[in-house]
Write a protein that binds this ligand. Structure first.
Ligand code: SF4
Length: 245
């Protein structure tokens, strides 16, 4: 895929959702870290349901540590792998208190040393809590990057590295959210909604679920050129969700 197409793709994704963010609800970097750890193999909706009650009683590492594994488990029992996640979170709280003054470190190595925190979780925290231009490749981003031709790769790391190279600088910080939301709601795994896709004419996927005529019609309606990131009429944004404070 060439640079003009990549620019046009991100211009359209930005036009549809100018201020994208995570759908996990949190108030502090620590709460975001907890939510992201819990979200492994779980939906954001299920995590938000659990943390709504949990963050009422445990907003800080000290308060969460005080719950202990047995005290934490009832809050997260509805989430997959809850026992392992409870153990990891309690151990993480202890490290945050003993080694980081009770704060979440803004440092990849330090984050990845926390139990249950891998590269993807560290990337989400660095990006969403601290505004770093990282890209956390999950299953949605991996699929979108490969299907569209934006950043094809056989492994998650390969896709991440390629995205870091090819995403235009001005879109770097928010690319993660645009791609994840696009994969979650439009370019879905089993039957991508190509007929409603804002980047259908730019996407290089060979098995689109809409006809060439539909794409041509979309092209005629679109005022966005692949040689420019000038935006035509923005598409309707998804409603953003209120954050917990
Ligand atoms: S056109 Fe279809 S395959 Fe391509 S990004 Fe859009 S939804 Fe995904």
């Amino acid at each position: 895929m060439n640079r003009d197409k990549r620019l046009a793709i991100f211009a359209r994704l930005r036009a549809a959702n100018p201020v994208p963010t995570t759908e996990l609800e949190y108030g502090t970097p620590f709460q975001l870290l907890v939510a992201v750890v819990l979200s492994a193999q779980a939906t954001d909706v299920s995590v938000n349901r659990a943390t709504a009650a949990l963050f009422e009683v445990a907003r800080t590492p000290i308060e969460l540590l005080a719950l202990g594994v047995e005290g934490l488990e009832p809050y997260i029992r509805s989430i997959g792998l809850y026992h392992t996640k409870a153990k990891n979170l309690i151990a993480t709280c202890r490290i945050l208190i003993e080694e980081h003054g009770g704060e979440v470190p803004r440092d990849r190595e330090a984050l990845e040393r926390l139990p249950g925190v891998g590269r993807k979780t560290a990337n989400v925290v660095l990006n969403t809590a601290f505004g770093e231009p990282t890209i956390a490749v999950d299953t949605h981003i991996f699929r979108v990057a490969n299907r569209t031709g934006l950043a094809p790769g056989k492994t998650v790391r390969e896709v991440e590295d390629r995205l870091m190279r090819v995403v235009p600088d001005e879109y770097h910080k928010d690319a993660h959210h645009w791609l994840i939301l696009h994969g979650r709601y439009v370019c879905t795994a089993r039957s991508p909604r190509c007929g409603e896709c804002p980047i259908v004419d730019l996407c290089e996927y060979r098995h689109k679920t809409c006809s060439a005529n539909q794409i041509q019609n979309r092209n005629q309606r679109s005022t966005i050129s692949t040689s420019s990131d000038r935006i035509g009429a923005p598409r309707k944004s998804r409603p953003t969700r209120a954050k917990r404070t």
